[in-house]
Design a protein around this ligand. Structure first.
Ligand code: BEZ
Length: 237
């Protein structure tokens, strides 16, 4: 009789400490999260080097790297490939590949080699229903204290939306800085959500006597937050 062994897949969750690891990368060895204290990190995985969707994503990430850097956010990539494959692929991207008008893009952020899958497994990047040998397209947003703040997973066939990745980063930084939440489809300059009233008195006050807020009802109040204020307080010069 065949024994079916259940494979347990661990997925780190929002609010968890980001699993620690040491890694060999295209930019030298890294010790995570120790080397990134005080910075946001987007740690992302891709299925394989020398594949077209991944190539389009790397060109886009390279093109946007300085924009993420201005938001105090470092990028780190990972796949189940070796270092020499990574180096060869990144060289090919820089020398030969154009995507949507972006060309000669140099990938300056670290790309982790993870042939043993040890890091990919810690981060739930191997999802056997999709592939047993390739990482799915995972995106982990890790804050300056090393806490996982958001995660997005995409299947192998679906290239990521970089506007959304940047929007989510800026929205979380805005929430931290201004103690507000951000509504559906928020972008800097849109009204933000004021935290819900925690008592009947505050609810009444909100509805009757507050010039700063616009309240649809006691539990749904928004306020203006100027785009320039956000960008001045969040982005590096
Ligand atoms: C790609 O990046 O093109 C890709 C990788 C794995 C499966 C399907 C597509």
């Amino acid at each position: 009789m065949e024994t079916i062994q259940e494979q347990v897949i661990t997925l780190p969750r929002i609010g968890d400490k980001a699993p620690i690891f040491k890694a060999v990368t295209t930019q030298g060895d890294i010790n995570f999260p120790e080397d990134y204290k005080g910075e946001w990190v987007i740690l992302f995985s891709h299925p394989a080097d020398f594949t077209p969707v991944c190539t389009s994503e790397f060109i886009t990430f390279a093109h946007l790297e300085s924009k993420f850097e201005k938001a105090n956010c470092k990028l780190i990539g990972l796949s189940i490939d070796g270092l020499y494959s990574h180096i060869a692929w990144l060289r090919t991207i820089k020398e030969k590949i154009e995507f949507k008008g972006m060309k000669n893009e140099e990938i300056k952020f670290p790309l982790i080699e993870d042939i043993t899958m040890s890091i990919a497994k810690k981060y739930g990047m191997i999802q056997p229903g999709e592939s047993k040998t390739q990482a799915v397209r995972a995106v982990f947003f890790i804050d300056p204290k090393g806490i996982i703040r958001a995660l997005i997973y995409y299947p192998l066939s679906l290239g990521r939306n970089f506007d959304e990745i940047y929007r989510a980063l800026i929205a979380m930084q805005t929430s931290d800085k201004f103690s507000v939440a951000t509504p559906a489809d928020w972008n800097p300059g849109d009204d933000v959500i004021f935290p819900p009233a925690g008592s009947c008195g505050v609810a009444e006050e909100r509805m009757t006597n507050n010039d700063e807020l616009t309240c649809e009802d006691w539990f749904f109040c928004t306020k203006k937050l100027d785009k320039d204020t956000i960008l001045r307080d969040i982005l590096k010069n």
